[in-house]
Each structure stands twice: as C-alpha cells, then as structure tokens.
Design a binder for this molecule. Sequence first.
Ligand SMILES: NC(=O)c1ccc[n+]([C@@H]2O[C@H](COP(=O)([O-])OP(=O)(O)OC[C@H]3O[C@@H](n4cnc5c(N)ncnc54)[C@H](OP(=O)(O)O)[C@@H]3O)[C@@H](O)[C@H]2O)c1
Length: 248
Amino acid sequence: MNQSNRILLLGGNGKLGKEIIKSRLFEQIYFPSKKTCNLQEKESIKKTLDDFKPTHIINCAALARRKICEKQPKEAISVNIIGTSQLVQSIIDFSASNKEPRLLHMSSDAVYHCGKGDYDEFDPTVPICNYGWSKLAAECSVRLLNNYLIIRTRFFNPNEIPFLDAANDIFTSSIPISKLVSYIYKLLSVNYVGVLNIGGKSESDFDKYKNYKSDILKTDMISIRENSALPFCNNYTLSTKRLDSILY
Ligand SMILES: NC(=O)c1ccc[n+]([C@@H]2O[C@H](COP(=O)([O-])OP(=O)(O)OC[C@H]3O[C@@H](n4cnc5c(N)ncnc54)[C@H](OP(=O)(O)O)[C@@H]3O)[C@@H](O)[C@H]2O)c1
C-alpha cells in the first residue's frame, strides 16, 4: 500500500477487527474504540474523520450477533441501519473538503435469499432474519457513496471453533479469518466499486470444522434450529468468480 495511506478501522475491538490489527499488514492504521467513535453518535464520527483524515475506512463495526438482532430489533436498527447511515453521511460531509476516503464495508452472506446457493453478487437479496435485513439496509446507504466496496462474506477462526457439533446439511463458503484479512488488504487499493463476495471452499459446516477440530460431533440443521429457535438456511454458498476476476 501507498505510504501516505491512512486507514481508519471501525470495530477494531471485534473478532475481525482484532485479526486485522494483529496481522500487521496495515501500516498507518488507527482503530478508535467505540467510546471514541460510535456509529450511534454522529458527532463522534465527524470528529474522528476530521482528526485522522483517513484515505481508507474499514468498517467492521456492527451488531453482528444473529440472536441479539432477532431479540432486539431496535438495537439492530440503531447500530446496523442508522449507525451505518450516519457513517455514510459523515463521509459525504467530510468529502466536501477532503478527498473521499474509500470505504470497505463488511456485510454478510445472510443478505441472500435462501435458494440453491452459489450466489453471485446480482442474485436476489431476501434475508430470512433481522440480522440479514439490517445488514442489507446498511448496504443501501453505503451504495450512495462514490468509492466503496461492500464485502459479503462469512468467516471463522480455525483456532477457536466454539461449537461442540456442526451440521452436515448446512453449506457455506465460510473462510478462515486470516485469509479474509489478506483479501481485505489486497482490496483496499483495488479500484473496484460495488459488491463483492469473499468466500472459501463451499462445503458443509461439519466437513469444514472437522479439519480443525477433530472431535466435533455431527448434527443437522433441524436440530440446530430447534435448539437455537433462530431461522436457518441450509445453503449460503457463494460464487467468488468476481473476486477471482478482480484479483487474478
Ligand atoms: N462473524 C462472522 O462470521 C461474520 C460473517 C459475515 C459478516 N460479518 C460482519 O463482519 C463485521 C465484523 O464482525 P465480527 O464478528 O468481528 O463482529 P464483533 O466481534 O461482534 O465486533 C463488532 C465490533 O463492532 C463494534 N461496535 C458495535 N456497536 C458499535 C457502535 N455503535 N459504534 C462503533 N462500534 C460498534 C464493537 O465494539 P465493542 O466490542 O466495543 O462493543 C466491536 O468492536 C460485522 O459487520 C459483521 O456483520 C461477520
């Protein structure tokens, strides 16, 4: 990356944010806490942009837990929808007197409709849960910027698989978190504007996780759905042809 780049990371205290910081790939990176830059407090976003003057922003800040979004829809609206919109409005204001920073915004495979999988970026987006709807609404405001990349993905940490069991009939393209971070690094300086899927091998949760946690037990979607009382889709696999065409 160019030496004069100044990267603002929001959500640096979260799973993905911590991994981005830990990677040491990103020079000149500033990661204010939620106390310093809160998506729900527009003045704090304005001050952060004015003080740091970023050339790039990586937005990992979100209410990213499906259960909480389902149980507390007002919170999902406040953080994911209104909060992201406030970030976008602040970037527009900041860009009136500065070069518009490039925004890499983290979204989710949960925005796609639940169909046969291998979704490409132009497939229908009809989420099945509050989390997905709030992430889709966030994407809408990001699209009003001139220089943005919306990343639809799902990731996991091979060293911290928190489940005792995994379904052999839920298929995703979930990617190891460190691999996602290296894609984010490459995509910061690519000119592409729009939506991009980032994923790894498409396979069942059980087949994926057993590679990293050999004693993981096999279960199925019906059992997981019954235990969690959350809506589940059996196929969130992603086509990554566009990613390949941009990077390789
Ligand atoms: N986890 C996944 O598998 C997955 C899959 C697809 C997409 N994503 C997306 O990837 C991004 C990062 O996910 P993650 O798993 O790293 O999430 P996470 O661990 O829950 O971290 C979320 C981060 O957002 C911050 N945050 C929450 N509300 C905020 C607010 N009002 N203002 C500023 N910061 C706020 C949190 O700060 P505090 O820690 O201080 O509360 C935390 O640093 C999210 O956009 C998520 O939707 C995640």
